[in-house]
Write a protein that binds this ligand. Structure first.
Ligand SMILES: NC(=O)c1ccc[n+]([C@@H]2O[C@H](COP(=O)([O-])OP(=O)(O)OC[C@H]3O[C@@H](n4cnc5c(N)ncnc54)[C@H](OP(=O)(O)O)[C@@H]3O)[C@@H](O)[C@H]2O)c1
Length: 348
């Protein structure tokens, strides 16, 4: 496994991170523990979760993924062996996450409540990386290509959010902080405030990224390189499309497309579908699997700190970790560049 620094910190994380968002919905507690054991046995030291997981977010299951990780931590011990990342939900109507059933926001009170609950579910006394799952301000977060005007009065000042997080860093509840689904303005603003106030810097930005989802390249990638706010890439397989398993038109029973078709909305445009087919076909012509092409592409981007892989079985997990072992060749790079030049970023 390869290790990379998390932002400008000296904390080393593996270039592959274990995603968890299917645990508690598609996967049982025993399956979650088997995935954790397997990933660590392969040298992965980085685990990503969120207070709202599993997905889709529901009152009945909210927090279950963290609880499964917590029972594994409790059984296993050796907490210092791995780097644990979780997230506070961004602005949403998932009111079940809060004691007073309010809209989820990044207010001081909600940050306090969310951290306390995550620590309890995870059965740990510290979180290595605490991320803002998506911005508190009104923003086109998932799947939009356009900008619209926002009401500035609606947002909690970033200074207040950072101050609240800093209090938990000082207490030792969290070690480092990061953003997710954040735009260049938000990242730079957080860095500016951190510098002015002597508060912690954001160390990472977790965003969608794959052969067909290239929005991070426009703005955020330069920040990753120059400011040390690296990408934690999610959905590197475009939720399964880049494994090639949907290419023939049939939908395997129990797959994400079968169970939660609404989730895959980002990928259904004509342009996205054409790009996905092209990627999978190119991989086969290169003599590798579509999964290998997609995962190794993400892992080899300079601005990527870690590639967050997700799996619903240990077999899938094995295949995804094995993809790390292939060499990224000039011919593969040429194909990836051709695909981007042809389709740009069909997925946002
Ligand atoms: N910050 C955010 O907003 C955000 C958003 C999304 C995800 N994430 C994080 O990123 C992680 C990964 O995201 P993702 O699950 O969307 O990643 P992905 O790699 O694009 O999709 C993973 C899904 O594809 C299918 N799959 C994976 N490997 C396969 C294989 N070898 N063969 C066939 N099918 C395979 C599985 O679904 P089926 O078996 O059900 O088909 C699996 O759950 C999440 O667990 C979470 O930690 C964060």
């Amino acid at each position: 496994m390869e290790f990379r620094n998390l932002g400008q910190t000296d904390l080393k994380v593996t270039s592959i991170c274990l995603g968890t968002m299917t645990w508690g919905e598609q996967n049982s507690e025993a399956e979650a523990h088997a995935q954790l054991d397997y990933a660590l046995s392969r040298g992965i030291n980085f685990i990503d979760t969120a207070e709202m997981y599993p997905v889709p977010g529901r009152a009945e299951t909210s927090g279950r993924t963290e609880s499964y990780i917590g029972s594994w931590i409790n059984n296993r011990g050796k907490r210092d062996d791995f780097v644990l990342a979780t997230k506070i939900t961004g602005r949403s109507g998932m009111i079940w996450g809060r004691d007073n059933a309010s809209e989820t926001r990044h207010s001081r009170a909600q940050i306090d409540e969310a951290i306390e609950k995550s620590l309890r579910r995870l059965q740990t006394d510290y979180i290595d990386l605490y991320q803002l799952h998506w911005p508190d301000r009104q923003i086109n977060g998932f799947g939009y290509h356009s900008y619209f005007d926002y009401d500035a009065d609606e947002m909690i000042p970033l200074e207040d959010i950072l101050e609240s997080l800093n209090r938990h860093v000082e207490k030792g509840n969290i070690r480092h902080i990061g953003v997710s689904n954040e735009y260049p303005w938000g990242v730079m603003k957080f860095l500016q405030i951190a510098e002015q106030r002597g508060w912690p810097r954001m160390v990472s930005n977790q965003c969608v990224y794959s052969l067909v989802a290239r929005r991070f390249d426009y703005g955020n990638a330069e920040i990753a390189m120059r400011e040390g706010v690296g990408l934690l890439a999610y959905s590197p397989l475009s939720m399964g499309y880049l494994t090639g398993k949907y290419d023939g038109g049939a939908v395997p029973k129990g797959s994400r497309k079968d169970l939660f078709e609404g989730f895959l909305q980002r990928y259904v445009s004509e342009n996205a579908q054409a790009a996905i087919k092209d990627c999978n076909q190119s991989a086969r012509e290169l003599g590798i699997t579509p999964t290998e092409f997609a995962l190794k592409f993400v892992e080899t981007r300079q601005f990527v700190t870690s590639n967050i892989i997700g799996a619903t079985s240990v077999e899938q997990l094995k295949e995804n970790i094995d993809a790390h072992d292939i060499s990224w060749t000039k011919e593969m790079e040429k194909q990836a560049r051709r695909i981007q030049a042809k389709y740009l970023s069909p997925v946002c």
